[in-house]
Design a protein around this ligand. Structure first.
Ligand code: SAM
Length: 180
């Protein structure tokens, strides 16, 4: 998809995407994070915005073309590191205090393994953000609302604290804190 169109989801151009990104940034409870991971980072638009709030950001994606596009984005700061990696792999040497999972968990066949990977990367006291379209992508396994309901149950079973819940017609955002 990235070879045919450098921005297949119109992440850069649509008002919906730009506004959603603004809501994501406004929902991060802390002003600054030490070290963050963004799996499924795509063309790097979210990564570039997150970089302003994070000292060290690892952006990973399964698509080398997406990573190349992200790496070449104008103004991408040097403290964003791009790594080719496919969830549930965790391409980090240690834990982070922020994980941002945006717009891709519904594409994964094994969501429990993906959630285990995401939570394993987050240190106690760290935050995990989930953000998805509030509908079902034609090529997704599950809808956004079903996914976020499952994420809620999974997070509760892990003892995570629910810090932010944002529900609107077209997207859903939840922020959790790892407590143990
Ligand atoms: C809709 S894009 C979202 C990009 C970005 N997170 C955002 O919100 O702008 C989904 C991305 O997930 C990536 N992806 C899909 N399955 C993946 C997996 N198992 N591991 C890592 N990346 C994956 C795709 O290559 C694509 O770049």
């Amino acid at each position: 998809m990235y070879r045919a169109d450098h921005d297949p989801w119109h992440v850069e151009s649509s008002w919906y995407e730009r506004r959603k990104l603004a809501v994501l940034l406004a929902s991060l409870p802390r002003e600054r994070y030490r070290r963050a991971w963004e799996p499924g980072s795509g063309p790097g638009v979210t990564s570039q915005a997150l970089a302003a709030r994070v000292d060290d950001l690892v952006a990973s994606d399964g698509s080398p073309t997406a990573l190349e596009l992200a790496h070449r984005r104008e103004g991408m700061p040097p403290h964003v590191r791009f790594v080719r990696s496919t969830l549930p792999e965790v391409p980090l040497p240690g834990a982070v205090d922020l994980v941002v999972v945006a717009e891709f968990l519904y594409y994964l066949p094994d969501r429990p393994a993906a959630l285990d990977a995401v939570w394993s990367a987050c240190e106690p006291g760290g935050h995990v953000v989930f953000l998805h379209w509030a509908h079902r992508p034609h090529d997704g396994f599950v809808s956004g609302p079903r996914l976020h309901a499952d994420i809620g149950l999974d997070s509760e079973s892990r003892g995570a604290a629910h810090l932010v819940g944002h529900v609107e017609q077209d997207f859903l955002l939840d922020v959790y804190e790892r407590t143990r």
